[in-house]
Structures are given as C-alpha cells and as structure tokens.
Ligand binder design. Sequence first.
Ligand code: IMP
Length: 180
Amino acid sequence: MDNNTVRIHDKQFKIFITKEEIRSRINEMGWEVSKKYKDLKPVFVPILNGSFMFAADFVRACSFDSDMMFVKIKSYDGMSSTGNINLELGFSGKIKDRHVVIIEDIIDTGNTLVEFIKETEKLNPASITVVSLLLKPDAVKHDIPMDYIGYRIPNAFVVGYGLDYDDLGRTLPDIYQLDE
Ligand code: IMP
C-alpha cells in the first residue's frame, strides 16, 4: 500500500480528489453562492454527519452574513442507501421566511434530500437551495434543485473528507474511491 491507497474494513480505496482540488473547488462554489445570497442572510443547514467537514470549509468560503443550523439524518447502512429517512436531530430555530441553503456531502439516490426538502417546505421558508460537494448523476432518482454541485462523479462508493464507510474513513483529508 502507498499514499494513494487506503484500506478501510475489508475494502481498498484509491485516491480520487485531493485536498488541494477540494479546496480550490470550494472557493469557486463559495463565490457562486455569494453572488446570489450575499444580501439575503441565509441559514446554512448542514446535514450531519457526512457534511461536517465540507460545511466547515464551505461557510468560510462564503464571506457574508449568515447563520447555521445543523440537522442529522440517518439513511445509510454500510454501502447502500436504506431508503428510510430518520431525522435524528431537527431544526433548532425558526425557518419561516428564511433563505435555506442545505449543505450535503453527497447526493446519491437523492432519497435523503427529497424527504428532507419536503419537511423543510412545511416550515414555509422564503426559499430552499442545495449545495453538495458531490453528486452521482447516474444514481439520482428524484428531481432535486441542484444549483451548486462541486463534482459530478461516477457511481462508485467514496470515502474521506467527512464521508465514511461503516463509521471509518471520515477524517481522511482527501477523497478516495472504491478500488475494484
Ligand atoms: P442518498 O439518500 O442516497 O442520496 O444518500 C445520501 C447520503 O448517503 C449521503 O449524505 C451520505 O451520507 C451517504 N452516501 C451516499 N453515497 C455515499 C458514498 O459513496 N460514500 C459515503 N457515503 C455515501
């Protein structure tokens, strides 16, 4: 094994997106989002756990007034989406008439987001948009607002930069892809 591969549980992963590439793409995304939201004082809503690292870097690339509310959803088991959305931690404050910017690490089937957006809409926000570092276009099953996407990636499992494989791999600074 070298620096370009890691072993997690029973699987081997190879380097896919480096931390330098991630940093530069996030700066571009921050710039894009700033153009629309800089005067709207949006509320950033990172979906835990996976998006914590991306959210921390992304909000620092957005230098305008905003606040944050974290929510926690569990929908994954091992390497597959369970399709069941379990909101383990909900909004901690008022969403009505606010511009909500949901922060996701990755959109796979889109099941998590579509359900979460439905829940959010019930609270009558002024608008809802989604920022996701990664998107698997071939896996998405729903029509989701996808205005701000970092990378469109193939349908292979990835870990690192907040993303885990059965609770391991989250703290890796780069993103790795399953090496099959
Ligand atoms: P979805 O509901 O199928 O879109 O899955 C969304 C959630 O599943 C993400 O927020 C991740 O937490 C997790 N997930 C989806 N694909 C991957 C992956 O390739 N690696 C790690 N976690 C993933």
